[in-house]
Design a protein around this ligand. Sequence first.
Ligand code: ACO
Length: 378
Amino acid sequence: MPVSAHVVGWGYYLPSRRMDNETLEKQIDTTDEWIQERTGIRERRIAGPHESTATMAVEAAKAALQCSQLDPAKLDLIIVATITPDFIFPATACLVQDAIGATQAAAFDVSAGCSGFVYALALADQAIRAGSARNVLVIGADTLSRFVNWQDRSTCVLFGDGAGAIVLQASELPGGVVGTTWGCDGSGWELLYVPAGGCRQPASAETVSNGLHYLRMNGREVFRFAVGVVPRVTRALLEQLNMDVGDVDLFIPHQANARITAAVARQLGLENERVVDVIDWCGNTSAASIPIALCHAIETGRLKEGDLVVLAGFGAGLTWGAAAIVWDRVPTALPRGWLAFYYRWRYRLAAWRSRLRRQWRRFRDAISMRLHKRWREL
Ligand code: ACO
C-alpha cells in the first residue's frame, strides 16, 4: 500500500518581547503610518538574550509533539529550516534532537530563506513516501533580529523572530501532503544576503566595522520577484494535481509584506476569506512564517477536515516552493490526562541524558590525555 505524509501535530513559539512601530519611531527615521501602509506590520517579536533559533525551535517542537501525542523517541528525522542557525555548524536540528530526546532521529538543517519550511516539508514528504522515515518533525525557525542593522530603516522594520513546527506521519489513508514543488534562480543571490561570516569573507574586526555581518536586501526587486513567482508556482502545483484555484480552501503564503500577499491573492483570484495574513502581529519571521500562519489558521478554526490548504514560500536564493495538503488528523495513542506530566519528564530525562553524555566524554578525554602523557614519559 502506498503511504503518504499526514500532519498529526503542530505548534509555534514567539518570544514574549514585543516591538511595536511606535518603539521603532523613537529609534530611526520612520513612522507607524509608513510601516503599516507599506508592509502591513504593526508589531514584531524579538528574541530575548537567552533565546536563539534552537531554543525557539525546541519550544515549537515540544508544542507540535504534544499535539501529535507522539513520543520523541519515535521520530526518525528532524529537519530545521533556518537561515539564522545557532552555529555555522553543527546544524540547529542536532541541538533540537538533543533537547527533546529524539534518540532515534537523524537531523539536519535546510537553508532556503523564507522558502525553507516548504523545502523541508517536501523533503520530509519524500522521506516518508520512500519508506526511509515514518515520523518526521519539520521546523521553521529564524532569529533575523540578530542579523538586521537596527539603523537601516529599509530592513529592520520588516523582520521578527519565531518558530513553527509540524509532525508528519506516514499513513496508508488518503490525503495528507498531496503535492509539492520547488525551484530556484541563483542569479538573484545578491538581492538578499549577509555578506560576511561565511568562508568567502570570514568574520573579522574589519567585516564588523564595515557592517558586513548585517542582512542586505534589494526590497523592490524581492517584491517584484515574489509577486511574479508565487502565483506561478501555485498554479504549477495545482496543475500537477489536476486542480485549480477554485479547489483551494485556504492559501498560506510566506508572510513578508501584506501588499505582496494581497497582490498574489488578486492575481490568483482568491478572496480574503481563503487567504491567511498574520503579518500585522508578528512581522516577517522568515522560515517560521508559514508554520506560524498555519497554526494560527488552525487555532482560529479556519481549517476543517477535508480542506485543501496550499502553502507557498519565496525567499533568499532566490528560492520558491509550494505544497498542497488535504487536511486531516490521524490521532496516535497516548493517554491524554498523563500527557503534560509525561512530556515534562521526557524532556527532563533528555536534559539529564545530554548532560551525562557530555560529562562522560569530558571524563574519558581527560583520562586518555593523562594515560597518553604517562606513556610518553615512560
Ligand atoms: N520608514 C520610512 N520611509 C522608508 C522606510 C521606513 N521604514 N524604508 C524605506 N523608506 C523610504 C525610502 O527611503 C524611500 O524614500 P525615497 O523615495 O526618498 O528614496 C521610500 O521610502 C520608498 O522606498 P522603497 O524601497 O521604494 O519602498 P517600497 O514601497 O518598495 O517598500 C519594502 C519597501 C517594504 C522593503 C518592500 O520593497 C518590500 O516589502 N519588499 C519585499 C521584501 C521582502 O519580502 N523581503 C523578505 C524576503 S523573504 C526572505 O528570504 C528573508
